[in-house]
Design a protein around this ligand. Structure first.
Ligand code: UDP
Length: 330
């Protein structure tokens, strides 16, 4: 099976590409390398550098290859940035998605997986958040993913393209082999920031608020290992053979507070990891936990790297062996 992975040089896309290649898929990665890393792409994948906003380049990609399925990761992905630069999201993410979908529909591609987000659930009625929860995007980032979910609704109706929207919670961890991992510049995510403090690359961590209505006052998140996410993508891709579209929430179903994450990282690294409490980060909900029952029941998915210690150990392994990320000199 030949598949296209857009954004396959990014954090999640590179782990999914790696797993697809290990399972003998023929993979074409398309990435503009604005935030991705060429070194993150499995050497057996065909790499095409290009931008989804460049329609002729996208059309050429589909002239050069026939795809049995598409996994779409390429996008701007930061909630905070999207509140400051909304058009990067409301326009660019949407146009990139529409260029891709137009070419895919013209070629008759029948399976499409969208990397979607828990930011669709800004006002959940219940926690853990079920797949049926009503959609309230929390930012232009979430809205841009929802726009593509809506495009997919019409792709299915008009062209018979089966799709799966995977709404991730907090992706984290790294490949257990330590050859690929998380490398963002600048880094905004909690676990890599904590590990940068452990490495001595930052003096300390700032905890964004400790006055939330949670057990220790710090925000609770559902950290899901990137290998478990990757597994879910492959199960979904295979399941779409039946032509039925799906939407799943993807998390461990367990929430950990920032304090618990810091303490686990102290245990794993043996470092003090100084942390001080600062102001809340605008837009942060107190608690986000996924109910992934639907994907567990329908596809038999189960998180294998679910406990926080394993997540942090694999991330630490990557950060220690790649202190400067992919730029680390071997
Ligand atoms: N966080 C923090 N300090 C940091 C980075 C993040 O306290 O330097 C908090 C953030 O406010 C949130 C949690 O850690 O409550 C997870 O943040 P992250 O950006 O990793 O993921 P998000 O939940 O925003 O998708």
């Amino acid at each position: 099976m030949k598949v296209l992975v857009t954004g396959g040089a990014g954090y999640i896309g590179s782990h999914v590409t790696d797993m697809l290649i290990e399972r003998n898929y023929d993979v074409v990665v398309f990435d503009n390398l604005y935030t991705g890393h060429r070194e993150a792409v499995h050497p057996k994948a065909t790499f095409v550098q290009g931008d989804l906003l460049d329609k002729p380049v996208v059309d050429k990609l589909f002239d050069d290859h026939r795809f049995d399925g598409i996994l779409h990761f390429a996008s701007h992905t930061l909630v905070g940035e999207s509140m400051e630069k909304p058009w990067l999201y409301l326009r660019d993410n949407a146009v990139a998605g529409s260029n891709l979908l137009e070419a895919a529909a013209r070629q008759g591609v029948k399976r499409f997986i969208l990397s979607s987000t828990a930011n669709l659930f800004d006002d959940p009625e219940k926690i853990p958040i079920v797949a049926e929860e009503r959609i309230v995007p929390g930012s232009p980032y979430g809205e841009s993913k929802y726009i593509i979910e809506r495009y997919l609704h019409w792709m299915e109706r008009i062209y018979g393209m089966a799709y799966c929207c995977l709404r991730y919670f907090n992706a984290s961890g790294a490949h257990p082999n330590g050859h690929i991992g998380e490398d963002h510049t600048p880094e905004y995510h909690l676990i890599p920031i904590i590990l940068q403090v452990a490495l001595g690359q930052r003096e300390k961590l700032t905890i964004f608020g400790n006055d939330y209505a949670t057990k220790d006052g710090t925000c609770i998140r559902d950290y899901i290992h990137v290998m478990d996410l990757a597994e879910a993508h492959i199960l979904a891709l295979e399941a779409l053979a039946d032509g039925k579209s799906r939407k799943y929430n993807l998390g461990n179903g367990k929430g950990y507070s920032i304090m618990e994450v810091i303490q686990t990282a102290r245990d794993v690294t043996g470092q003090t990891i100084p942390a001080t409490v600062g102001a809340r980060r605008p837009g942060d909900p107190g608690t986000l936990i996924a109910d992934s029952t639907r994907i567990q029941n329908e596809l038999g998915w189960h998180p294998e790297f679910g406990n926080l210690r394993t997540i942090i150990e694999t991330a630490w392994n990557w950060h220690q062996s790649h202190p400067q990320g992919y730029a680390t000199k071997k």
